[in-house]
Ligand binder design. Structure first.
Ligand code: DTR
Length: 341
């Protein structure tokens, strides 16, 4: 035997001896799987509150196997880059407002038609069921973790809007389906994501905005907008999506935790949103002296009348793209009834 072979043999014997006597060397504790989660608005707002909640739940339910690093305020991806950024792997997870891209998410954006979704909880359940029924093609490249909607939208403004005349030509920030509504009422819709709105309001580029009312508190819009006109129309749908490669790389038990959280997170967020709107309204009235303007039934009938064409127009456009527009609208109406019980 040559010297090297002898040394090799001793090594093998020593290893066998050690394994026999001492047992296998314990593997080093596995490194946690670190996932990045991008969001576009600032940390105190509802999309980020739900992001933190879901992150902490995932960490807890995987026993620390997964760590979620959150990036609010567009620090990793901005509102309009969210979907493509997640597809490209710039973030593992991203939260997007689908209403900001009406042409891209046609099926799910149908939840922002004026069909009478009464609150965020019902709307979130409707959206989740609708998504699962149609599984739209535009989500084929990502794993959808959950979806939810905002509470219905109202007008917040620096000047009082008591009737359609007051709204005529007024510059109001709105986005997606909601922009169409402001236009139908005769206002001048100015499109931009929520994250760009504080500056636009401050600089006077817009005189108000159209959104769910929790933003009066979360963005302190109540300091500038002393009037709210209660229209209770249209919700904005959101989605939380994961990069497909990241999803495929996860162990089965982690995938199960994420799948099990989907409906819970959808409902938790809807519920949080509804309660938070109540809280924000109280704060706006009591500490910011905001006037809440309720439209008389006759005035409201005029406003509603102006929105009638929107759903028909959407159905035609959906059909032109090969989608069953009427069936989708019927599904939404049925789901609203089902979830309002
Ligand atoms: N109403 C939509 C979405 C929205 C409502 N609240 C927030 C808070 C932060 C970001 C987006 C939203 C909108 O007007 O953009």
């Amino acid at each position: 035997m040559r010297g090297k072979t002898v040394i090799g043999l001793i090594g093998v014997l020593l290893t066998v001896f050690c394994l026999g006597v001492l047992g296998p060397v314990p593997a080093a504790a596995a490194e946690p799987i670190k996932l990045s989660y991008a969001n576009f608005p600032p940390a105190p707002t509802f999309p980020c509150v739900q992001m933190e909640r879901s992150g902490r739940q995932v960490e807890k339910r995987t026993g620390g196997k997964v760590l979620i690093n959150t990036y609010p305020g567009g620090t990793l991806l901005d509102a309009k880059d969210m979907m493509d950024g997640v597809i490209a792997g710039q973030a593992d997870i991203g939260c997007l407002c689908m209403a900001y891209q009406p042409g891209r998410f046609i099926v799910t954006n149908s939840t922002s038609l004026p069909l009478g979704i009464p609150n965020a909880l019902v709307g979130s359940r409707v959206l989740w069921d609708l998504y699962n029924k149609y599984k739209p093609e535009e989500f084929a490249q990502v794993k959808v973790l959950t979806m939810f909607v905002t509470a219905p939208s109202n007008i917040m403004s620096k000047v009082p809007v008591r009737n359609l005349e007051d709204l005529k030509g007024l510059d109001i920030r709105a986005s997606g389906g909601a922009a169409m509504i402001i236009k139908a009422w005769g206002g001048n819709d100015v499109g931009m994501p929520m994250s760009a709105t504080p500056e636009a309001l401050q600089k006077g580029v817009v005189k108000g905005l159209f959104s769910s009312l929790e933003v009066m508190k979360d963005f302190k819009y109540a300091e500038l907008c002393k009037y709210v006109t209660l229209t209770d129309t249209v919700v904005y749908p959101f989605a939380v999506v994961m990069n497909m490669k990241t999803w495929n790389s996860l162990p089965d038990e982690v995938k199960k935790v994420l799948d099990d959280l989907a409906v819970e997170q959808c409902e938790w967020t809807g519920d949080y949103m509804d309660n938070h709107v109540q809280e924000a309204n109280k704060w706006s009235q009591e500490t910011q002296k905001v006037e809440f303007i309720a439209l008389s039934p006759e005035e409201k009938a005029k406003w509603d009348e102006k929105l009638k064409f929107i759903t028909d127009k959407w159905i035609e456009e959906a059909k032109a793209k090969g989608l069953p527009g009427e069936a989708i609208v019927d599904d939404i109406k049925t789901l609203i009834k089902k979830h309002s019980r």
